[in-house]
Design a protein around this ligand. Sequence first.
Ligand SMILES: Cc1cc2nc3c(=O)[nH]c(=O)nc-3n(C[C@H](O)[C@H](O)[C@H](O)COP(=O)(O)O)c2cc1C
Length: 185
Amino acid sequence: MDTLTALTTRVSCPRLAEPGPSDEQLDLLLRAAIRAPDHGLLRPWRFIVLEGEQRERLGDIMEAQLLEEQPQADSRTREIARNKALRAPTIIVVVADITENHKIPAWEQMLAVGAAVQNMMLAAYEIGIGAMWRTGAMANSDLAKSMLGFAAKDQVIAYLYLGTPAIGLKSLPDDAPADYIRQLP
Ligand SMILES: Cc1cc2nc3c(=O)[nH]c(=O)nc-3n(C[C@H](O)[C@H](O)[C@H](O)COP(=O)(O)O)c2cc1C
């Protein structure tokens, strides 16, 4: 698939199966990520690539985050939380390592990392790898950030789930740029 086709037809895939991306494909995705625009060249992006049993460590963090929010969570709820780390063969945790008190504000640094995530999603789509960008409470929890090795000032931008599409990709929404165009008042 060519890049313009990927840009105009990309969709997420919420059901992902083995195999995950190969080492070469992961390298390609990460090289695409670090070509994202980045005001001030602060290089705020950080990536934790989790595959196989490494995902269980993320499951531990998901359970810890749940228990912080719901200390009484029963064993079934805890298991569901842990299993969220096993929903795809590969998960890339993408974090903005924020440089504080800098002329480039934190929101711009976060957007640069968001652009890095989108670059990975597009590259994945172009080479036939399914991808799903997830966040949720795990993106804003100081406990989760700390267990991932980051500080409260940092921002988890994505848990990027990657793998082989296990369901047919959904059809494109009936959407047109004109719906979003505005004129100056
Ligand atoms: C910053 C961000 C966070 C997201 N977090 C979630 C999430 O936690 N759970 C979810 O189901 N979708 C989440 N999404 C949306 C999906 O990844 C997906 O983009 C959306 O369902 C639209 O589908 P499409 O990408 O196929 O157009 C998030 C998207 C963005 C940009």
